[in-house]
Design a protein around this ligand. Structure first.
Ligand SMILES: *Cc1c(COP(=O)(O)O)cnc(C)c1O
Length: 231
């Protein structure tokens, strides 16, 4: 076994164990392998072990990888690309044309642009609203009290499919933030009419266990699969 396939297997086992402890089915938890600043070869290696979901943060870097791997999109086991970085308005077209998922939606203007640019021949793009659960000034995301209004706006856009919520809690805040996200996820679900609402995207290398204990069903793991990133 290679290094990456061993690490992937190790992460999958951590997910399975965390799911079991939480009384949940691990099959309902999707692993997004975060490949930002890692090579095409590393992605290929992970794909060859059966990993299908990949997360990227930087548009230009991602587009090159998506193009180089486009054959993998049309196989029986299609690769899926998740955009998980901050969204600049002038990059919305490239994102709408190339990604299957966007986890970091936080503004109406960006939602409208993604909708306008999503090509007609593609399925609607899956989106999660990013929540600033730590309520920090400097962090991206919508404050919890703003989530319902943005969710209702997104459902008026036919080329977006609203799937749920995403967060990146500060490590020191995890014990509070993960349960708060779980509660907010359920609250929004009960307050509106969101037919595709099924996704709570949270948990990274250092905190996937606590995220899964609190209802995460997408975890986004980079370092523990691919090793440290080049800076
Ligand atoms: C980089 C990144 C990850 C992966 O982080 P690791 O600590 O390397 O697992 C997950 N989510 C987001 C939004 C990221 O930017």
């Amino acid at each position: 076994m290679t290094n990456i396939s061993e690490k992937l297997e190790n992460v999958r086992q951590r997910i399975a164990l965390a799911a079991r402890k939480a009384g949940r089915d691990a099959a309902g938890i999707r692993l997004v392998a975060v490949s930002k600043r890692h090579s095409l070869d590393a992605i290929r290696e992970a794909y060859d072990t059966g990993q299908l979901d990949f997360g990227e943060n930087y548009v230009q870097e991602a587009l090159e990888k998506i193009d180089a791997l486009k054959i993998a999109r049309h196989k029986d086991h299609p690769i899926r690309w998740h955009f998980i970085g901050p969204i600049q308005s002038n990059k919305t077209r490239a994102i709408a044309e190339s990604f299957d998922w966007v986890h970091t939606l936080a503004r109406e203007k960006i939602a409208r642009r993604l909708n306008d640019y999503r090509p007609a021949h593609m399925a609607p793009v899956n989106v999660c609203i990013q929540v600033n659960i730590d309520k920090e000034e400097s962090k991206s995301g919508v404050v919890p009290t703003g989530v319902l209004a943005l969710a209702e706006f997104v459902t008026t856009l036919p080329r977006l499919r609203l799937r749920g919520l995403m967060a990146i809690p500060q490590p020191e805040n995890g014990n509070k933030a993960f349960p708060s996200m779980h509660a907010l996820y359920k609250e929004i679900q009960s307050e509106g009419d969101f037919p595709h609402w099924d996704t709570l995207s949270m948990g990274m290398s250092a905190d996937l266990e606590i995220a899964i204990a609190n209802g995460a069903n997408i975890v986004r793991i980079g370092t523990d699969i691919f090793g440290p990133r080049e800076t």
